[in-house]
Design a protein around this ligand. Structure first.
Ligand SMILES: [Mg+2]
Length: 187
């Protein structure tokens, strides 16, 4: 089968990684529980930053956020490796900006994600993901972002939301842990 994955906050715990960096850089001690309850994808609010300041903060830390020690979610690497071992195809579809595409692909490889030639798509807009998902005729696709997921309600691909506090409004199937994937595909 053909599996597609968003990267940030689908396979890797990027917002939380950025949240710890914000605490460090701003010399704050915002609790993780506050982060976990956020209803927005943006994380600036509990730090008392405006949307504009939050955007500037993210951009100024982008190097550290993207390319240091952001952890994968539990089971993500092993699950994708197993899929490839079992003869499935794994595709990555990330809307990170074009300037980050090459290094993001390298980062995935360095962090043991299986990246096959021609299976990495990057730099599109959220609303352009649907075209790639349809062209690839994916059997399954996983993403966390409401703005992406809401474009995918009518595609033949089985779409799952990675369960998070900011996407609860969406009434679509959810994945809370990568250890659940085996069960889903055996259904
Ligand atoms: Mg994402």
């Amino acid at each position: 089968m053909r599996f597609g994955f968003d990267i940030d906050d689908t396979l890797i715990n990027l917002r939380e990684h950025a949240f710890h960096l914000y605490n460090q850089k701003l010399n704050k001690n915002v609790e993780l529980a506050v982060f976990k309850a956020l209803k927005t994808m943006e994380i600036h609010e509990p730090f008392g930053l405006s949307a504009e300041e939050g955007g500037a903060m993210w951009r100024s830390l982008a190097e550290e956020i993207y390319y240091t020690s952001c952890p994968a979610f539990d089971g993500a690497v092993e699950t994708l490796q197993q899929l490839v071992k079992d003869g499935h195809e794994v595709f990555y579809i990330t809307a990170r900006n074009a300037e980050h595409c090459e290094r993001t692909k390298d980062w995935l490889i360095q962090n043991q994600f299986p990246v096959q030639e021609g299976h990495f798509f990057c730099g599109m807009k959220d609303r352009e993901k649907i075209r790639i998902i349809e062209d690839l005729q994916l059997d399954y696709y996983f993403d966390d972002k409401p703005a992406v997921l809401e474009t995918l309600l009518d595609v033949p691909t089985k779409v799952y939301a990675i369960d998070n506090s900011y996407n609860q409004e969406l009434k679509i199937p959810r994945l809370a842990s990568w250890f659940e994937l085996k069960e889903i595909i055996s259904e």
